[in-house]
Design a binder for this molecule. Sequence first.
Ligand code: CA2
Length: 146
Amino acid sequence: MTSLLILNGPNLNLLGTRQPEIYGHVTLKDIEKLCQDKAIASNIQIQFEQSNHKGALIDWIQAAKSKQDGIILNAGAYTHTSIALFDALTAVEVPAIELHVSNVFSREAFRHHSYISNIAIGVICGFGAAGYTLAMDAMLGHLNQS
Ligand code: CA2
């Protein structure tokens, strides 16, 4: 059965509690439920994780090599700073989609650069919580082609 890792980085546990004008009102728990419902409907498995710690994210990415067919990664602010996450994604050779809830390109200039985009098969941003299920569809489309 197809299995996807959906990984969330620092501060995404705060979704739905602050800055709703940027991140909306939906909590990460709500998003996990949306993804689980879609996984059941698509007859696939998902592992949905969040951590504020870079090393934990890298451990999950490394473990995906033997476990998962695709990675959907909202690395939060580590997107803009972390060569270590880029190295981990490069090493595992599992297709990855970069995801952001907000439209990072309509925000501060420091959010316009990503260390993840270069290794990702694609980038989804600006569609709020819906981006997660859009990314699942995009990954399933990619896997069915490859
Ligand atoms: O838009 C996204 O999904 C981001 O990955 C979110 C990150 C930000 O650093 C990226 O540039 C874009 C920040 C997540 C923080 O989420 C919060 C949610 C509610 C209140 C405060 C922070």
